[in-house]
Design a protein around this ligand. Sequence first.
Ligand code: CLF
Ligand code: SF4
Length: 495
Amino acid sequence: MELEVIDETQASGCSSSGCGSTEDQLAHLPESIQNKVQNHPCYSEDAHHYFARMHVAVAPACNIQCHYCNRKYDCSNESRPGVVSELLTPDQAVKKVKAVAANIPQMTVLGIAGPGDPLANPERTFDTFRMLSEQTPDIKLCVSTNGLALPDAVEELSKHNIDHVTITINCVDPEIGAKIYPWIYWNGRRIRGVKGAKILIEQQQKGLQMLTDRGILVKVNSVMIPGVNDSHLKEVSQIVKSKGAFLHNVMPLIAEAEHGTFYGVMGQRSPEPEELQNLQDECSGDMNMMRHCRQCRADAVGLLGEDRGEEFTMEKIEEMEIDYEAAMEKRAVIHEGIIEELEEKRARIAGVSIPSDEPSIPQDTRPVLMAVATAGGGIINQHFGHATEFLVYEASPQGVRFISHRKVDQYCIGNDTCGEKESALDGSIRALKGCESVLCSKIGFEPWGMLEEAGIQPNGEHAMEPIEEAVMAVYEEMILSGAIKNENNDLSALA
Ligand code: CLF
Ligand code: SF4
């Protein structure tokens, strides 16, 4: 008996809960826009399993202060606090982009996202974009900004063919803004409190409208700050949607005392995964929500969730010989292959429908969260012990939808002598809270036992299978085995 693997359009219902599936997000859009986002790993959830992005850290200065930011670290509007990025000149940045593009051919997007605000460093940012648009025409250009200087930059952005812009909009109410932004730097003066927040909000909204009027795709990032803007973000979502934003990315606040940020030091808490998911669900409505953001660094390189920056330090790049013409040819072939694979996958999922007389899962069967270990490609292909993050999917009678990712410390690093093994494994199990199963390509005896004890069923039987199909198959197995108990369900038809 086969249960339905619902196409992602239906999977989200696409219910009011919404889903991150490319097909669902894009089906209603003109073909020209679908083409723009189908290989952008941030604008398309599907694409992020296949295509990579990179950032170049060319923009050190910032024109505002956010309470979740410490200037020693990257801009937290688009990246998590981490080690300070290696600051590059525009020339170095171009060299780096060519080196990465030649070595990671699935890299399709170059973003400038810090470590300060790209538009507060217009010369460095636009020099980089100008050279790249001339020398690496096969790479999409992307920028992320706090929005203060955006209206003045829109013309320049359109000139360089930058058609993906992210604005971080945390509020539309200056009173709330004053709790997030202590000051802005505007027309040569520092403006504090509500007055500063009001100017910032006006500039963000104006910039958003100008971009969407020109057909530039805008993603809005919002940092969810419990007790400050969490209950306000639904309104933000509606407003940005009404102005034509393409995607809304509600990200969790990261606030640790050791980062030295105002919120970190003051003990402002970050949201729990469930709180974030609930807010994302509330904001979704007919708005496309991004749920696969990794809050990557301002010098991140690779698939979302992986960071290969160490392979591309300037020292290493200087030693590389790059023939970009040849690299472009190779890249084009690889991109075509990936797009074909993606299209096949979408067609396969959409084509799996059940004849109406086939029994299906009773509609009141409760949903189940499952964690998946994957190294990319949309399949279950990673050893439990090698995972540095797990993707969390929800299976329900309506289908399978991506929910979030959970970061973990790598449990197994190739030997068993690591003294911190126990605690790393405990940490992984804690991170998987709420998940009832974990799907991976392989798993050791010891973690298997510990996961079971924690009520999480390990499953290595779907190695190398497409994620959505494997998750639905495990859901079906759980129903049939009675692991999902629902007294109202008559499951006899499924047996
Ligand atoms: Fe970079 Fe941002 Fe462009 Fe993506 S990241 S500038 S849109 S290419 Fe992506 Fe990274 Fe999240 Fe940003 S996962 S932090 S949303
Ligand atoms: Fe920091 Fe970015 Fe905010 Fe500037 S915009 S203060 S760099 S988080």
